[in-house]
Design a protein around this ligand. Structure first.
Ligand code: G3I
Length: 456
């Protein structure tokens, strides 16, 4: 089943928090200007990040700050991934170890590593019953509510502009068949604590996507999945600023992948939120299951990307289950090949463009080559374009988008940018006679224009 594009209202994708797209685009522009480091531009089709970018998605991993000095680790990280989630460094015990005294060193280190290489950052997590510092564990009632909201505000403010999506609230629902909220000190402050956290995060960083994140919410038939679905539906109906839902997707023998996963993703997306696979690992790393997860995400227009919860098996919180894409030596496993193939060949959404660019391809004057722009996949907030060059094997093509559009990723060429960020000069880099790019529409669906093609 392929999902059709679902938009809840005609308002900008990120609701009243419309500046989100601008920041995403700015982050993406940073990525694009760091093209030499951007997996999405260097070797399309041969790395997870590059292949995901071609589908307008990201492929991320959890990162531990204390492993950034391990060159075997960073070699894979820098080569394969274009999104990063700090595994523990943004959690409450790490960022506010003493009440009112914030500590961002390890998280900043990961953010800096990622952003300087054009990777985006998912923030994890602002409000959670677990990994609370001692001072918070012993709090209750209105004092805890205030402390939690202050934490959300301070941390989201610190990382404002650097984090594209936040797991605002993590794991707030109980396992089993009850469909109830998980009991916790936060829950006991009142059932509205989750929406209060979202509103505080929205006020602190109106541009980040705000996600609810949980595990065992992957199987559409499970009570916990339905309970989260009902909460998100309620939030959307009441204007609570939620933008996305994270599906941790820790699959194992007790909690296996089910083929209704795609239904789960598409059903949530139909509520008007993005969906993201946030902590993927699969016991034994069966290639077919990894492939299925990626295909499911690609089949849902609002599935933004996939994050695996670690790089090598030895980096996993469940190392003995060997659940990741690289073995302890950093070698690619069969699951890696399956994921890469799925990203390269996989399903793309069949959303019919509602306002497609329809003008004929532009063949610009100048130079001794011709560059033809073709429309690619279109999503709710962005679209792909491909430019094919004839008449030269080595070329320079200038493409312009119209403000407030921003090009968020490119492949098969080496881009540079003018000061406005709207004019991209793409040079061939040996990848062939075509290149591609993703444009964040930011409400403007005008077709990018090829301004010139010059043999070089
Ligand atoms: O760094 C200390 C080390 O100094 C000490 O010697 C050692 C002794 O136990 O602990 C180390 O800290 C551990 C930390 O991971 C870093 O390895 C903590 O004890 C341990 O509790 C912590 O586990 C993390 C777990 O969340 C905590 O709940 C895992 O790394 C992390 O992968 C895991 O991630 C969670 C997501 O946040 C939410 N979803 C589930 C997922 C898996 O549990």
């Amino acid at each position: 089943m392929i999902e059709r594009c679902q938009e809840d209202t005609p308002r900008p994708r990120f609701g009243p928090r419309a500046r989100t797209a601008v920041v995403l685009a700015a982050a993406a522009l940073l990525a694009a200007t760091s093209a030499a480091f951007l997996p999405g531009t260097a070797s399309a089709g041969t790395t997870l990040g590059a292949s995901a970018a071609e589908k307008g998605r990201y492929f991320g991993t959890a990162v531990a700050a204390n492993k950034l000095s391990d060159s075997a680790y960073t070699t894979i990280l820098n080569r394969e991934f274009n999104s990063v989630t700090p595994e523990n460094e943004m959690k409450i015990d790490a960022t506010e170890p003493q009440q009112g005294r914030f500590s961002y060193g390890a998280a900043d280190q990961i953010v800096s590593h990622a952003r300087s290489r054009g990777m985006s950052v998912r923030g994890h997590t602002l409000a959670w019953h677990s990994q609370q510092p001692g001072w918070m564990q012993s709090m209750s009632g209105s004092a805890l509510r205030q402390a939690m909201l202050n934490h959300v505000t301070q941390v989201a403010t610190h990382f404002r502009g650097q984090v594209v999506a936040w797991d605002v609230v993590n794991e707030a629902f109980a396992d089993g068949s009850s469909g109830a909220r998980r009991d916790s000190n936060l829950q006991r402050t009142g059932n509205d604590w989750i929406e209060a956290a979202f509103r505080a995060a929205d006020a602190a960083d109106p541009n980040a996507k705000l996600c609810y994140n949980d595990y065992n919410t992957d199987n559409w038939t499970h009570a916990k999945t339905q309970a989260v679905y009902n909460m998100v539906r309620d939030f959307k109906s009441r204007g609570v600023p939620i933008d996305c839902v994270g599906f941790q997707s820790h699959f194992n023998n007790d909690s296996p992948y089910n083929s209704n996963y795609r239904t789960t993703l598409s059903s949530f997306a139909a509520l008007g939120v993005d969906v993201q696979v946030t902590e993927l690992d699969i016991q034994g790393a069966p290639a077919n299951t990894y492939r299925a997860v990626v295909e499911d995400c690609l089949a849902v227009a609002r599935c933004n990307g996939v994050t695996v919860w670690g790089i090598r098996d030895s980096d996993s919180w469940r190392a003995s289950q060997t659940p990741l894409l690289f073995n302890n030596s950093g070698q690619k496993k069969a699951a890696y090949d399956a994921v890469l193939a799925a990203l390269n060949n996989g399903t793309t959404p069949t959303d019919p463009p509602t306002n497609p660019p329809t003008t004929p391809p532009t063949n610009p004057p100048g130079g001794s080559c011709t560059a033809t722009l073709q429309d690619g996949t279109r999503w709710g907030d962005r679209f792909n374009s491909t430019v094919t060059v004839s008449g030269a094997s080595s070329w320079t093509v200038v493409v312009a988008v119209t403000s407030p559009q921003k090009i968020s990723s490119t492949w098969n060429g080496s881009p540079t940018w003018d000061s406005s960020g709207n004019v991209m000069t793409m040079r061939s880099n040996g990848s062939g006679n075509s290149f591609g790019f993703t444009t964040m529409a930011n409400g403007n669906w005008n077709r990018p224009v090829v301004q010139s093609c010059t043999a070089s």
